[in-house]
Design a protein around this ligand. Structure first.
Ligand code: ADP
Ligand code: MG
Length: 571
């Protein structure tokens, strides 16, 4: 159980406040996460890491000299929003470019990519290296997710920043570190999020899930719980079979506890790991045993190997270089001083100015705000059902994500409309608020969708029926561009495409908007139900493949709900 919390909704924010108060000599809170509270003597490339909260010391505990410059911190197990990542990266930037690095999860990729695009638009050179160390998560190394091997990539990249490498150089060694990092994990029991009545997942008594992910993603095998030596053998054997090309005979082992395995137990396992690596002819370099990437109170452990070269070389130098962060320290880092500089004014500044729309567009903006009001109410009422649908093959957070997004959009839309905004601005403000508060994959997708709608409708003239149909087409393209999903992948795209197509057809045939919209919403509803027969191929549900057959896609179902409800107020 997670026993200590106040309002569970506030858990991530209150945890950040406490962490910043306790760790002021390394970091300070900024909107969206934390950045260093120290300055290097000269400008360097900045390393920005991040992901959902609940994995301490990943990610905020790894901010400090020699390691990360900032960590974007999402809600519990949910990707940080684009705004959060952008805010942290802007505050961490020291003028020589930004490297972003994080585990390869769909929601994180969407949001970090969008934040990267914004930084590039503002002239900041920004690159990304995703961590893909978990060998059990996919056969293709590029599709694998990141777990405790995050530390290897972050540490090597952070040391390269510290050593004065330019962005090309930091990116190159981070990529090399990722190619040389492999992990395998096991779990004996699940974890319980603050306030939740039951664990997110469970493992049968006396059994061990092999390859289970840090959010409860299913493993590749289940066995009886072995002895400590038996576990060491399973982990070492599994990783030796995945030796990366070009690796030498020197390895860094990292034995990671996932939350409720004792250090003493880990050391018993590590003794056998160390012996087995030696017997395999490998030289162990600078091992680590402890908690580096946890999963709340999950009972489990993972072994990571960072494969170095035959002789001590670049990777080894960067791995062993000094660093000083709340959770990971070695040696003494020179050339840093505390700073009293106020955090940069980023995302959470004053509300964005509103340009007044034309009278026709303002009237439309008021209808859009009314539609968001109704949508938020429906999402409140349906949050439980959507969460249950997402639990079948995903992680169960779709209901609360949509609820948070809908509520934030309602507030932003009402505020913009009250200040005289046209339809375009109302929608774009709602998009920003939705993306920022919802988090997750669907948060980023809805932000892209609403933003494209708003951009297409604009703030002048009175949008006519054809303009609305064209704007929905633009939103469809934006969703495809952001998430890369096509019809049949079992995502909200399966409902969005029929919606846009039918709307276009009906409008083209001369139907009035209310009738055309209602027909299109019906088509979206039928298509959403039809996704039950599909296997998820994208997003978090991908790994659960077949499990989703028989259950409709939660994102497609919520899309149909939203358009049906919105239509009753828009038209
Ligand atoms: P997360 O998957 O990060 O937990 P949610 O649970 O809020 O986010 O949303 C899950 C929904 O997101 C899925 O049901 C699916 O409809 C949608 N989704 C996932 N990946 C994509 C994508 N690439 N493009 C469009 N929609 C997607
Ligand atoms: Mg989800």
């Amino acid at each position: 159980m997670t026993r200590l919390f106040n309002d569970p909704d506030d858990f991530a924010a209150e945890m950040t406040t406490g962490l910043a108060a306790a760790s002021a000599r390394w970091l300070r809170a900024v909107p969206g996460g934390v950045v260093r509270s120290t300055e290097a003597d000269g400008p360097t490339v900045s390393l920005v890491v991040g992901g959902g909260s609940g994995h301490y010391p990943a990610f905020a505990g790894l901010v400090g000299p020699g390691l990360a410059h900032g960590a974007a911190m999402g809600n519990l197990f949910a990707s940080p929003s684009t705004q959060q990542i952008h805010s942290v990266a802007a505050a961490a930037d020291r003028g020589r470019g930004v490297l972003m690095s994080y585990g390869n999860y769909a929601g994180d990729v969407l949001n970090f990519d969008a934040a990267q695009a914004r930084l590039r638009d503002a002239g900041v050179d920004c690159r990304t290296v995703v961590v893909t160390d978990d060998v059990s998560s996919a056969a293709d190394p590029a599709l694998r997710r990141g777990i405790a091997g995050d530390l290897c990539v972050f540490k090597v990249a952070g040391a390269a920043c510290e050593a004065g490498h330019d962005l090309d150089g930091v990116e190159r060694v981070a990529r090399l570190a990722n190619e040389r990092t492999r992990s395998l994990g096991v779990a004996f029991d699940g974890c319980t999020l603050p306030g939740a009545g039951s664990p997110l997942f469970t493992v049968p008594d006396g059994r061990m899930a092999v390859g289970l992910g840090i959010h409860g993603e299913p493993g590749i095998d289940e066995t009886d719980v072995p002895t400590a030596a038996g576990l060491a053998e399973l982990l070492v054997r599994g990783l030796l079979a995945e030796r990366p090309a070009g690796a030498g005979d020197r390895v860094v082992p990292i034995l990671n506890g996932l939350g409720s395995v004792k250090y003493e137990e880990l050391y018993v396992v590590y003794g056998a790991v160390h012996r087995l690596l030696g017997e395999a002819g490998l030289t162990v370099v600078d091992p680590e045993v402890g908690e580096f990437c946890t999963s709340f109170d999950m009972a489990g452990a993972s072994l990571t190997l960072l494969w170095l070269d035959d002789a001590p070389g670049e990777l080894e130098r960067l791995w062993t270089a000094p660093c000083d962060t709340p959770a990971f320290r070695r040696g003494a880092v020179a050339g840093h001083h505390g700073t009293t500089a106020a955090p940069q004014d980023t995302a959470a500044g004053a509300p964005a100015a509103v340009l007044e729309g034309s009278p026709g567009s303002r009237a439309c903006g008021a209808r859009v705000a009314a539609a968001f009001d109704a949508v938020a109410a429906v999402l409140d009422a349906e949050a439980d059902r959507l969460g249950r649908l997402d639990r079948v093959a995903g992680d169960g957070d779709h209901g609360i994500g949509m609820q948070r997004g809908g509520r934030a959009a309602r507030e932003a839309a009402a505020d913009a409309a009250a200040r005289g905004a046209g339809a375009g601005t109302v929608l774009r403000h709602a998009a920003d608020a939705w993306g920022d508060r919802a988090g997750g994959t669907s948060g980023a997708i809805w932000a892209a969708l609403l933003d494209a709608l708003g951009t297409a409708l604009g703030d002048t003239g009175t949008p006519d029926t054809a303009a609305v149909a064209a704007a929905v087409r633009a939103a469809e393209r934006a969703v495809a561009a952001a998430g890369g999903a096509a019809v049949g992948d079992k995502t909200m795209v399966d409902a969005l495409v029929p919606f846009a197509t039918v709307l276009d057809e009906r409008v083209g045939a001369g139907e009035d908007l209310p009738v055309a919209w209602a027909d299109a919403a019906d088509a979206a509803g039928r298509a959403a139900e039809d996704t039950a027969r599909l296997t998820a191929r994208l997003g978090r549900a991908r790994a659960h493949g077949e499990r989703s057959v028989g259950t409709p896609d939660p994102g497609a179902v919520s899309f149909a709900l939203v358009v049906r409800t919105a239509g009753e107020h828009l038209c």
